[in-house]
Design a protein around this ligand. Structure first.
Ligand code: ZN
Length: 358
């Protein structure tokens, strides 16, 4: 099993298809529930299980619609993940071209409408459907699938960002307005609709409570994505070097605690102290330095209290790139290098507070 409990299936058009293990629980539940409700009628179990698997095949085809359109624009696709609540295609970086985003997004629901149209050919006249009785036949199965595809296509077109409809709205707005303003407008439209969806799902008996959960996910997902857009918009054109602070001192590798204390003591702005060791840098933050027990001899070497620098940031790197990597950084203070030389320190805590302060 891979990361986060997903199981790799196979590749479709070069795209890895993965199944989350909870999806298997859903299938097991459907088998059990249909067996119980049908008093052990295996036709019914087969019918219900086939329906679930076919429904999720349509979900994958919907995601594949997005992916194939994205591949036309040379966008890399990491994978399609199948969860019990639906499918998710994970893309690499999508360039900000509103028309492209519009076409990529439209391609998903269009697949559902296309599938509904194909099923319609197999099913014959709509008049027959009304009088058909629910007998767990093949025709019923196809009919249920047709309804599902219509519903999925329409549901995804609801303008609730980050659902397809919300993305379409943002792309149309972004043709004229800035990307950030368009995302904000799409969120303002989405919030009351998602909140309304949660309420309707909870209040009405015939709407499943799972829908409330789904709308809650959408609500939170929209907020997160807005935050990311806001961050990268703020950081456009800035590099690590632009925000690196010069508040560090570099001392010889054999320095004592006493010498370091003298240096750091009369410079209140200093955030970190680096030890120049041939081959590798060691460092200690101001806070950690103050936490060295007072009983330790001033003539003791500083080296045992420092830690090796494991990550560097290059001064030339774009800040938007770094902001997506913050979780991977093991320390609040990261050294910044330019051409192999230590030129400053990057304080991740300060950076996050600057980012989120607006
Ligand atoms: Zn979609």
């Amino acid at each position: 099993m891979g990361r986060y409990g997903s199981i790799k299936l196979f590749r479709l058009f070069g795209i890895q298809l993965e199944l989350h293990f909870t999806f298997l629980l859903l299938v097991a539940w459907v088998v059990w529930a249909s067996w119980r409700d049908g008093n052990g009628d295996w036709t019914r179990v087969l019918w219900s299980t086939s329906l679930v698997l076919l429904v999720f095949t349509c979900v994958v085809l919907h995601e594949l619609g997005h992916c194939l359109m994205a591949q036309r624009y040379k966008i890399t696709i990491h994978r399609i993940l199948i969860l019990p609540i639906g499918g998710m295609a994970q893309f690499g970086h999508i360039p900000r071209k509103p028309l492209r985003e519009l076409f990529i997004t439209l391609a998903g629901p269009m697949v559902n409408f296309l599938l509904a149209g194909i099923l319609r050919i197999f099913l014959g006249s709509p008049l027959e459907w009304i009088y058909a009785d629910f007998t767990y036949s093949l025709k019923d199965l196809l009919f249920a699938l047709l309804i599902f595809n219509l519903a999925m296509g329409l549901f995804n077109l609801l303008p609730i960002f980050p659902m397809d409809g919300g993305r379409i709205l943002r792309a149309i707005l972004a043709l004229r307005y800035s990307y950030l303003a368009s995302t904000r407008a799409a969120i303002y439209v989405a919030m009351p609709l998602a909140a309304g969806g949660i309420l309707v799902a909870l209040l009405y008996e015939n709407v499943s409570d799972i829908m409330a959960l789904l709308f809650a996910f959408i609500f939170v997902g929209g907020q997160l994505e807005y935050k990311m857009v806001k961050r990268s918009e703020k950081l456009r054109g800035w590099t690590v070097g632009d925000v690196a602070s010069k508040n560090f001192i570099s001392v010889p590798g054999d320095s004592t605690i006493g010498k370091a204390a003298d240096l750091i003591g009369n410079q209140p702005m200093i955030e970190a102290l680096f030890l120049r060791d041939p081959g590798r840098h060691y460092f200690i933050s101001r806070q950690d330095f103050h936490d060295i027990p007072s009983g330790v001899n001033r003539d003791a070497p500083l080296h045992p209290f420092t830690r090796p620098v494991s990550i560097y940031l290059d001064a030339e790197w774009p800040l938007s790139f770094v902001s997506n990597k913050l979780e991977e950084m093991d320390s609040a203070i990261i050294p910044v290098i330019r051409g192999g030389v230590l030129i400053g320190v990057f304080n991740t805590e300060n950076f996050v507070s600057i980012l989120d302060n607006q």
